[in-house]
Ligand binder design. Structure first.
Ligand SMILES: Nc1ncnc2c1ncn2[C@@H]1O[C@H](COP(=O)(O)OP(=O)(O)O)[C@@H](O)[C@H]1O
Ligand SMILES: [Mg+2]
Length: 484
């Protein structure tokens, strides 16, 4: 037995809000032919199996559920997605992610053979989610009005592309006033019928294929997110709720060496590995509660930024680790299982229900009053709209280093963190961040004026010095405010 391997799989029945399942697809014909149909998995029960690695060493893995080769698409939906669909209709956000090497069954689990598929044996999660959403809405009766919107985006080489409008090929992910991550300017298709919703999905998927040929990319090299928003409006109390459901079909997690990629393909593979490693790093940071100043590196990739709600708390989240059962893929399968084991330790608190005021249209959070750390994060997010990402990262790093800001890994971290941080510090911080924003505005107009002088054929020497000293004066002012 390999001790290291044995230590890492998660113990059975751990309490966690992230549901983690593994799914093994049937062996394909190549695996049957080339490897004599040898498998690396031995079933124990619906939650546990024994995995055999390349050196024939065995380790036991347990997940919330294990779907073996004979599992039904309907079982996957009922266990993973149905509870999330119910929650979304009630205003609680949900996220379902498929992870695994290329060819492991992510898209099959997500879409089935295609999203218009009607065969119940083959239909994937997406068409079932669509049916489920409409069924729940229909059963709610006439007292509640609903609106469903769908957006579809693809993340390829760190660019977010709108799959309903290919001209929007570099969208920005940011936090709204209610601290939710959103894709700014993305097309939101409003859909009132199950078939129209499925046709919209199909159109987005086809656009993905068009983009693939235009850009010479394959779907296995990009991440695809399907974002459903359910807005409900009760006629009884004229208040509404929104629930967001995000399904993410991730790019293949295989290692670069295995694909033998070169040139552009190698660059793509590196970007995928980078964003998937960023995802792994976020999961590690979220599950490592040893350090109080544990920083969660959501900003390291577009993918982790998009999944910030799902991983950081405000979502009921499920992860499907898709695997090949063949011994020929055992090292990739092992790394997928390790990823799932780690994710099992994340704790989220998907309690937020957003309320919409019928008169003003304003939305706010019914149960979560923003914490001070969240307020600081909001200010940082606002700053990020005015400054470069790098500036904000530096500022965040500085605040984290000085323990003015921290990213809580657990609720206990949060509580003990608050004991450490006094209100005056936060008030001072808020005031000074506002001053910083004013300074940025001043610097921008200084810069503009300087550029105008250069354009007009003026000299920059004197002005440059003036500008430099003005800048230094401002920066040292800010620093002395933060750290008197
Ligand atoms: N559970 C399953 N049952 C039957 N066929 C499957 C299953 N999972 C995957 N497949 C088949 O395996 C192949 C690769 O699956 P796919 O979902 O495209 O992989 P990925 O999206 O992970 O790259 C496809 O031909 C798909 O139909
Ligand atoms: Mg796929």
């Amino acid at each position: 037995m390999n001790q290291d391997i044995e230590a890492s799989p998660s113990p059975k029945k751990q309490i966690s809000n992230v549901t983690v399942c593994s799914r093994f697809r049937p062996l394909n014909s190549k695996e049957r032919k080339d490897h004599g149909g040898q498998v690396c998995v031995r079933r124990i029960d619906d939650e546990t199996f024994v995995f055999k690695d390349e050196k024939e060493e065995e380790s036991t893995f347990s997940f919330d559920k294990v779907f073996y080769e004979d599992s039904l698409q309907a079982d996957v939906y009922e266990f993973i997605a149905l509870p999330i669909v119910r929650d979304v209709v009630n205003g609680v956000n949900g996220t379902i992610i498929t992870y695994g090497q290329t060819g492991a069954g992510k898209t099959y689990s997500m879409e089935g053979p295609n999203v218009l598929e009607s065969d119940d044996m083959k239909k994937g999660l997406l068409p079932r989610v669509v049916d489920g959403l409409f069924e729940h809405l229909a059963s709610a009766g006439d007292s509640i009005k609903y609106e469903i919107t769908l957006s579809m985006v693809e993340i390829y080489m760190e660019k977010v592309r709108d799959l309903f409008d290919l001209s929007k090929d570099n969208l920005v992910i940011k936090q709204n006033k209610g601290h939710e991550m959103l894709v700014s300017g993305v097309t939101e298709a409003s859909v009132s019928h199950v078939l129209i919703l499925r046709l919209n999905l199909q159109a987005g998927i086809q656009n993905r294929a068009v983009g693939e040929t235009q850009m010479n990319l394959a779907s296995s090299r990009s991440h695809c997110a399907y974002i459903f928003t359910v807005l409900s409006d009760s006629t009884r109390d004229s208040r509404g709720r929104t629930g967001k459901l995000v399904l993410v079909d991730l790019a293949g997690s295989e290692k670069v060496e295995k694909t033998g990629a070169e040139g552009k393909l190698l660059e793509e593979a590196k970007t995928i590995n980078k964003s998937l490693s960023a995802l792994g790093n976020v999961i590690n940071a979220l599950t490592c509660s040893s350090s109080k100043s544990n920083h969660i590196p959501y900003r390291d990739s577009k993918l982790t930024r998009l999944l910030q709600d799902a991983l950081g708390g405000n979502s009921r989240t499920a992860l499907i680790c898709c695997c090949s059962p063949s011994t020929s893929n055992s090292s990739e399968t092992f790394s997928t299982l390790r990823f799932g084991t780690r994710a099992k330790h994340i704790k989220t608190s998907p309690t937020a229900k957003r309320i919409v005021d019928a008169e003003t249209g304003a939305r706010w959070n019914a149960v979560d009053v923003p914490t001070k750390v969240e307020s600081v994060e909001r200010i940082l997010a606002e700053l990020s709209e005015r400054l470069d990402d790098e500036d904000v990262n530096l500022l965040e790093e500085l605040l984290l280093l000085e323990r003015i800001l921290f990213d809580p890994g657990t609720e206990e971290d949060l509580e003990s963190g608050f004991e450490d941080i006094s209100s005056p510090t936060f008030n001072l911080l808020q005031q000074n961040l506002q001053k910083l924003m004013i300074t940025c505005e001043e610097l921008k107009s200084e810069n503009k004026a300087l550029k105008a002088r250069i354009a007009a054929g003026g000299t920059v020497e004197g002005g440059g010095e003036e500008n430099g000293s003005f800048f230094m004066q401002k920066v040292s002012g800010i620093i002395s405010f933060f750290f008197p």
